[in-house]
Ligand binder design. Structure first.
Ligand SMILES: [Mn+2]
Length: 328
């Protein structure tokens, strides 16, 4: 029976140094997960391995060593199938996708260790599966995602997106990222993809079937790269089979060390309280800005654009460094 088999993984956050509250050899831990994934792809007889963004953790291009990139390249060279990747916000500088060629991810793409996942059709006999990759952008909206539709000559369509998404999210804007959270229900429409896979949101939201459309949102492979980490979470990948009987998606736990062995829990507590005060400060700033102007918040936020560019860039860099856990 003709069958296409794919594996998906996201948010590996590979880095030289342990981010946030990790206290172990973080790089070795991530690399061993990548090795395990290659073995999984072999056992599963995958046609392709797909990475959903944030393969690298630190946004500053010169903060990932050549040795780390070389180790990642060596592991992927042994994979039994090609690896495809989309860019996440950590793979770029200033949230700007045009910076990717000058980033570590750009090197992996240029050297064909990874292939850029834009639009790729995988075939086995009469079975055709098209996968569309949607990199991180700050202006992605529901209309944009709804332009992604099935084509007549393909059996199945998959969208792999680096964006926050959830089933009936309580809040439309995630408070820490200040980013839109897509609602699965808005992405089911006439001619929509058969499967959506999401990266970016590190929490595990499992595999959800909504009106026959599958949503795969298993969270990050890395743990502790962002400060709001659930210590109980198990890193997972998904395997997907497409044949004449339909689509089957399964989740698989990636072997990982016990939380108690890799996390510095005192430091996590401290980071969480720092984040809380930062959020309170931002909320207060917004409230004050709204009160101080009859024109409302929008105009005040626009006024931020009047600050000199170097000052805005410095603020951006500091925020990115804070997010990446780099104190420089
Ligand atoms: Mn991300």
């Amino acid at each position: 029976m003709p069958e296409v088999r794919l594996v998906s993984s996201s948010d590996e956050h590979l880095a030289d140094l342990a981010p946030g509250f990790r206290k172990d050899d973080y790089r070795a831990a991530i690399l061993s997960k990548l090795e395990w994934q290659g073995g999984f792809a072999e056992r599963f007889r995958a046609n392709a391995f797909m990475r959903g963004g944030d393969f690298l953790h630190v946004k500053a291009a010169n903060k990932t060593t050549m040795r780390t990139l070389a180790m990642a390249a060596r592991i992927h060279r042994k994979y039994p199938c090609p690896t495809y990747a989309i860019a996440g916000n950590h793979d770029m500088s200033n949230n700007d996708p045009t910076t990717v060629p000058g980033q570590p991810l750009g090197v992996l793409l240029e050297s064909h260790v990874f292939n850029l996942l834009k639009e790729q059709t995988f075939e086995d006999g009469s079975m055709k599966v098209r996968v569309v990759g949607v990199e991180y952008t700050t202006d992605l909206d529901v209309d944009g995602l709804q332009t992604l539709v099935k084509k007549k000559d393909e059996n199945y369509t998959v969208a792999f997106v680096h964006a926050l998404a959830a089933m009936a999210p309580e809040e439309k804007i995630q408070s820490f990222f200040h980013e839109r959270v897509f609602d699965y229900r808005d992405l089911v429409f006439e001619g929509c993809p058969d499967v959506y896979i999401f990266g970016h949101y590190h929490k595990d939201q499992g595999i959800v079937d909504h009106l026959g459309v599958k949503f795969v949102n298993l969270g990050a492979i890395s743990r502790g790269a962002l400060t709001f980490e659930n210590l109980e979470r198990k890193p997972k990948i998904a395997s997907l089979k497409f044949n004449s009987q339909g689509v089957s998606v399964e989740e698989h736990v990636v072997p990982h060390a016990d939380a108690a062995n890799v996390f510095d829990l005192e430091l996590k507590k401290k980071l969480e309280s720092e984040r809380k005060s930062l959020n309170e400060f931002i909320a207060q700033f917004r409230a004050n800005a709204a009160m101080a102007s009859d024109d409302g918040l929008d105009v005040r936020v626009q006024e931020l654009d009047k600050y000199p560019e170097d000052l805005r860039n410095l603020a951006l860099e500091l925020l990115e460094a804070a997010e990446a856990g780099v104190d420089e």
